[in-house]
Design a protein around this ligand. Sequence first.
Ligand code: SF4
Length: 189
Amino acid sequence: MCDNMIQLNNKCEMCMDCPLGKTRTNLVFGVGKPNADIMFIGEGPGEQEDLKGEPFVGKAGILLDKLLNCVHFDRHKNIYIANIVKCRPPHNRDPLDDEQQACMHWLEDQINIVSPKIIVCLGRIAAQKLIDKDIRITKDHGKIYNINGVAMMPVLHPAALLRNENLLPGTFEDFLKLRELYDEMGLAK
Ligand code: SF4
């Protein structure tokens, strides 16, 4: 991690700005290349993530890694992954609006440091928070939105794919489209 991201992570470790701070085992700050051209953002940590302190490391994370690897992305080499909230909501419930709001400034600082050209929103909550509150993820996944010069794409959350494997082919198409966009933008180095 670059110095700025390490400093931000260290500051975030002390955060108790919302009630989720009291029940976390570990802060789940983010993982990956801190100056990646592409950033993946989910909603919040689950049980395995809370235990390990890293985003997307449970079954959904393994599936995400497989999808990423299929299109030659790797969480340790060319992407950065983070969540809207950095502490696990109890029983994996959706993060509340107040919790999302309290935590957003950490994500905004991460986005400023990474300065990505493409942001992929993993699931409805991240897509509605970062792209458009009216997004319907089942209909709008795979579309590309230009927001302040950043290409943003909503995709289905990998946990949804685990619940319904019929959704996998469509998501694979989205990842292929993403790779195409990445290459077209000249970001492959
Ligand atoms: S979820 Fe975010 S705002 Fe709430 S305590 Fe954790 S780091 Fe702080």
